[in-house]
Write a protein that binds this ligand. Structure first.
Ligand code: C5P
Length: 230
C-alpha cells in the first residue's frame, strides 16, 4: 500500500458526499473509505460510481458473522474491484479463513479490525472483562489475524510498533483515530497526529471528521496529507 491518507466518507447522503469530492481537482488520486452509513443507503451502485471516477476504495463493512455467510458475501465483494475489505477479528479464525477464500482471485486486500479506536482500556476491562492490557490484546488479535491469512490490521497508530514486532514488517497497519493537534478527539480514544502515525510506522491513515467537518475541507485534506507525507 502506497502510504495513502484514506478519507472516511461518513456523510449523511450521497449529495453531500459528491459535493465534497467535487472540491478536489479532477485528476487528484484519492483513497476513499465507504463505511456502513453510505453503504446501507446506496449499496454497490455507489461503490461502482466511485470506482468509475477512478478512486481507490476501502470498503469498511467490518464483517462479523458465521464463516459460511462471510465467505458468500466476500465472493460478491470480490467482483467489485475494491482495494480493501474489512472483517472483525472477534468473529474468530474460521471466519477469516473463509473470508480470504471468498476474496480469492481478486486483488482486494483483507484487513482485520482488532480493537476499535473508540474503545480504551476502561471499556476493555470494565465492560468487556478482557484482562489483558489494551496494547497486548490488540497485538494478540493482530498476530492471530496475520497468521490466519489477513494482509493486515486496523488498529491505533500507537499499537503499530508492537504489532509489527510481533508479526512482520510486511503486515499492513491502517490506522484511524487520527487527530491533527488542533482537532477535537470526539469519540476516539487511542488517537495520534498524522506525523506521530508516520513515525510509529503506519502504512496508511484513515481520517474522517477532521477533514469532512472542517470549514475548508479541501485545505484540511491538503494539510493532513502534507504532515503525513513530510
Ligand atoms: O471521523 P474519524 O476520523 O474519527 O473517522 C474514523 C473512521 O474510521 C470512521 O469511519 C470509523 O468507522 C473508522 N474506524 C475507526 N476505528 C476502527 C476501525 C474503523 O475509527 N478500529
Amino acid at each position: 500500500m502506497d502510504k495513502p491518507v484514506i478519507v472516511a466518507l461518513d456523510f449523511a447522503d450521497d449529495f453531500e458526499c459528491i459535493n465534497f469530492l467535487n472540491q478536489f481537482p479532477k485528476n487528484q488520486s484519492l483513497f476513499l473509505k465507504i463505511g456502513l452509513e453510505m453503504f446501507c443507503q446506496y449499496g454497490h451502485p455507489f461503490v461502482k460510481r466511485l470506482r468509475e471516477r477512478g478512486y481507490n476504495i476501502f470498503l469498511d463493512l467490518k464483517l462479523h458473522d458465521i464463516p459460511n455467510t462471510v465467505r458468500r458475501t466476500c465472493q460478491m465483494i470480490a467482483k467489485w474491484d475494491v482495494q480493501v475489505g474489512t472483517i472483525h477479528y472477534g468473529a474468530g479464525e474460521d471466519v477469516l479463513v473463509e473470508e480470504k477464500e471468498g476474496l480469492s482471485g481478486s486483488n482486494t486486500k483483507l484487513l482485520a479490525v482488532t480493537q476499535l479506536t473508540s474503545l480504551g482500556q476502561v471499556e476493555l476491562t470494565n465492560e468487556l472483562q478482557v484482562s489483558l492490557p489494551s496494547q497486548d490484546y490488540v497485538t494478540r488479535l493482530a498476530k492471530l489475524a496475520f497468521n490466519n491469512g489477513a494482509d493486515g490490521v486496523i488498529s491505533s497508530a500507537l499499537e503499530v510498533p508492537m504489532i509489527k514486532e510481533a508479526t512482520s514488517e510486511g503486515i499492513i497497519c491502517v490506522t484511524p483515530g487520527i487527530r491533527p493537534k488542533s482537532a477535537q478527539g470526539g469519540d476516539q480514544k487511542r488517537v495520534a497526529t498524522p506525523s506521530q502515525a508516520k513515525k510509529l510506522g503506519s502504512d496508511a491513515i484513515v481520517v474522517g471528521r477532521p477533514i469532512t467537518q472542517a470549514k475548508d475541507e479541501y485545505n484540511a485534506y491538503v494539510n493532513i496529507e502534507k504532515e503525513w507525507s513530510k
